[in-house]
Design a binder for this molecule. Sequence first.
Ligand code: GDG
Length: 723
Amino acid sequence: MARTIIVSNRLPVRITKTGNKLDYKPSEGGLATGLGSIYKKGDNVWLGWPGLYVNKKEEKEEITRELRKENMVPVFLSKQLIKDFYEGFSNETIWPTYHYFSQYAIYDHKKFEAYIKANHEFCNELLRIANPTDTIWIHDYQLLVLPKMVREKLPDVSIGFFQHIPFPSYEVFRMLPWRKEILYGMLGSDLIGFHTYDDMRHFLSSIGRLIGVNNSRGRIERDKRVIEVDSFPMGIDYEKYSNSAASPQTIEKEIRYRTSLGDQKLILSIDRLDYSKGIPQRLQAFEMFLQEYPEYQSKVSLIMIVVPSRDNVDQYAELKEEIDLLVGRINGNYGRLNWTPVHYFYRSFPLEALSAFYRMAHVALVTPMRDGMNLVCKEYIASRLDQKGVLILSEMAGASKELSDAILINPNNISRIVRAIHQALTMPEEEQEKRISVMQETIKRYNIHHWVNIFMERLNLIIEERKSLATRTLDEKAVQSLVDAYKSAKSRLLFLDYDGTLTGFKPNPQSAKPDNELLKIIESLTKIKKNRVIIISGRDKNTLDSWVGHLPIDIIAEHGVWLREKENHWHTIEALDSNWKEELRSLLEVYVDRTPGSFIEEKDYSLVWHYRKVEQGLGELRTRELSSHLKYLSTNKNLQVLEGDMVVEIKSSAVNKGRAATKWLQDYPHEFTLAIGDDWTDEDTFRVMPENAFTIKVGGTTSVAKYNVLGVKDVRALLKKLI
Ligand code: GDG
């Protein structure tokens, strides 16, 4: 039966050992709650490292047995492997690079090898439990190469991948020595999710530039599969935080804390110890605030919770020292007997305590230098049952894209943070309510359950689409019926598109010249008397003439503007006007001047702007501008603007491939008809074909054609069968 398997570095459990006794506690993270709705159901499971080193066989068996009851499967990793793979490559190479701290990144090939090894161990454990019909959802930066490993063993399994940390800009990502391995690793997935559109954009630009994988609006066609890339901003378990804020235990804690703090205003900061969180900068901002607004001394305190994390890594130990020093300096300089400016806790708290802090804080100061999402700010908003309070949020946190009603700051601009603190402390209550209520609406709606659902729904859609395409794939049976129909027919019309169908795409359109194999195929097909071969292309007639004109074939050029029947002369389908070209050519020239690498191709009745050789991103940007410009200029001229594969084409709207093909269907007998094409201009051809025609779309996308084949190779193999 189909199951869902969640895979992450850590299992959502904390196992502690006292003497020989093992104790299991569920961990409280948002992810664990959100995914709880999945992995706890039926036979679903969560696979991951249980968080402790186990050598003894009996102990491993006991843990496996116990976790099994909770639908968890452990991957046991050795101490050395955890050191090199997790603390090493994951946290000393990927983490700093992805958070734009490349200066902290260590490039050590041994650690990368450990990373591969650990991913292999996850893969082996996964393969022991996974079936080809399962859905596997892999999480985060510790397992970037796992999707490819799994794909190699289970080619048809459905794999989702979600990255919880940012994906850096190509300029930063490309510094990694193992950049290609990582990208290929991720591309083993069917769906790749990030928190924000920017992360997704950076990933797409990296795969385009580093490994030449192109996408169309986040959709990638590769290795006979479609991969989708999209942003899925993660939410929190809203109910859990709002309920916890209302619980008697929380309120009791708040009263206790309040009594010892007096009636000061409170600013709250909560993070794991990490240089990406901007903790020292936050302290500096608070210090400067006390300096610049002395009237707030004794009236406002910063409650700063830093949760211990990774402190055996050098940078983290140094950061801890820096924070200790700064807190000491501020409290030493400003503190009074009855007032502590910074209440600093280097430890974690139970949920009720956290909720009490969220309830008490007039201001939440969330100023990471970089953060994939940041859940603390969302938890603060969910805990504000009275809708009072102000959130100061860094623009560099993924959450800032959703929470535009926070006071957004650049965490490097300390004086701006100082002003933001002042603005927050003096904000009228009505404004606080207005802002918080808008943010609550957003967070309530896009909660963790919603996040899980939309990710899974999307993954299922991709799989459904794949299945439906699989049924449309021209398999052996379909080929046989095609060959049978072909053999028994006395007259046949074969409509063959050229680029992307008979030959692959080339960076320079003029280098897509037919090779010997192709010429031989076409020639052999034309030698069979019952066949009439029609090359039906968007290319200009002169190029087609020089490439295949010597063969006894029919040619439809420029999307149906020019027609040639065997050796006869070229003629147009009707009298066409081309006076519009002059005006539009001068416009296209402006775009060529502005866009290095682009050029104009002029056909008799159309103009084409090519941007295949333009810097990636720039071409797409200009296309949008050019298309809207052209659409405006081409109204009333009976022209059509087509956006194709790295081209924008303007042609008369009176012609298309389908219209031209109809002429052949009317003029020539055809007991058997075949039409093959790869892009949307070929859809017009497919549409006019008779009911019994064999219509074949090249590529894995949907089409009105009856069948799909994957590439040029398949087309040629099929045509060879007809010879
Ligand atoms: C990564 C990405 C992304 C903190 N102190 C205590 C405590 N916490 C909880 C918070 C919150 C969680 O820890 C921290 O989550 P963040 O999202 O803020 O940050 P990371 O740990 O770095 O998480 C991040 C996230 O993954 C999800 O995709 O948002 O960008 O870096 O839930 O409440 N919980 C308790 N006591 C504490 O003292 N109980």
